[in-house]
Design a protein around this ligand. Structure first.
Ligand code: AMP
Ligand code: MG
Length: 325
């Protein structure tokens, strides 16, 4: 891991890492972000791996401006008014995924909505511009640790798990962005942050607070708990070592039982990062008419396997009953 000053040359080098699917920690005005190419499932899997998160929660995709955001989400009047007032800045908007949106499914944890933000930090902007693509970035710390507001914090927490850290000095805002959900009938504040509720209400009128709005410790422990999660409509059977003729098989590893109606292999080589990158696309592909049930082979409970199994267990527990937005 190297810590570099932001210069024209280091921004080019950092952007090259990103377009190669590698990770770069970079400063934003809120906290340091652990960035990866938001359009690359493998790069997003690498973010979860580096953070050691036992769960997949949706990440914020960072773009330069509203014009770029429109390529990835279904824009709205409220989005336009809020972006004109607060972007670039500490406001994240959750909007419906645009048709053909290039944002990786893993970046949205399989949801049909995308959290998007245009940061104001000049280093973040230079990196997004040079990479020429949206950057998915949660806070640049190991899971459970507090968000880093200095490059040294990132180095202490992530160490060699991140190849490059761009040192842009201390973050000015120092708290996370406000997350506002505009994908429903009425706007809902999902996470309080750098832009106040009052400032937002001055632009679009009254907004609701999420019923489940976490406060204090609960919020820090589980920042992803608010997002409804993706689950297939079909029943899910875990730890499958055989497959029935009415089943779609989500396989893992080289030894795959025969007999399923349709099989997708998360990773024939048994690689957990590859499996994470394929997880949501393959679950969706198996969740279709004609398939009675989705059978899932056992996934090792190590590294990214923890987050993969967490998601599969939820899918098995509430098949079809969860909010599938
Ligand atoms: P972080 O990237 O760590 O700053 O956290 C991102 C925040 O945005 C978390 O609170 C997520 O739950 C929330 N978030 C991201 N994407 C979505 C989404 N599509 N729907 C709802 N909440 C989201
Ligand atoms: Mg965090």
């Amino acid at each position: 891991m190297t810590i570099v000053e932001p210069t024209a040359a280091t921004i080019v080098a950092a952007a090259k890492l990103l377009t190669d699917g590698k990770l770069v920690a970079f400063p934003t005005e809120t906290v340091y972000g652990l960035g990866g190419d938001a359009t690359n499932e493998r790069a997003v899997a690498a973010i979860f791996e580096a953070k050691g998160r036992p769960q997949f929660n949706p990440l914020i995709s960072h773009v330069l401006d509203a014009g770029e955001a429109r390529r990835f989400v279904r824009w709205s009047d409220s989005a336009e008014r809020l972006a004109s007032r607060f972007w670039p800045g500490a406001l994240t908007l959750v909007l419906p995924r645009a048709n053909g949106s290039a944002i990786a499914l893993l970046a949205t944890a399989g949801l049909d909505t995308v959290a998007i933000r245009a940061p104001s930090h000049p280093v973040a902007q230079a990196l997004i511009r040079e990479a020429g693509r949206p950057i998915a970035a949660p806070s640049a710390n190991r899971s459970g640790a507090i968000s880093p507001t200095r490059a040294e914090h990132v180095a202490e927490s992530l160490g060699a798990r991140v190849p490059m850290i761009i040192d842009g000095g201390p973050c000015l805002v120092g708290v996370e962005s406000t997350v506002l959900d505009l994908s429903r009938d009425a706007p809902v504040l999902l996470r309080p942050g750098g832009i106040s509720r009052e400032a937002i209400e001055a632009v679009i009128g009254r907004i609701a607070l999420s019923d489940a709005l976490p406060t204090g410790d609960a919020a820090r422990r589980s920042p992803g708990q608010l997002a409804s999660h993706y689950a297939p409509a079909r029943p899910v059977r875990l730890d499958a070592t055989t497959a029935g003729a009415d089943e779609g098989l989500l396989a893992f590893g080289p030894d795959v039982p025969s007999g399923a109606m349709l099989t997708f292999n998360l990773s024939p080589a048994g690689d957990l990062a590859e499996a994470a990158a394929n997880l949501f696309a393959m679950m969706r592909a198996l969740d279709r008419p004609g398939i009675g049930r989705i059978a899932v082979m056992p996934i090792p409970e190590t590294g990214l396997g923890l987050a993969i199994n967490d998601r599969l267990r939820r899918a098995a527990a509430d098949d079809g009953k969860s909010d599938r937005r």
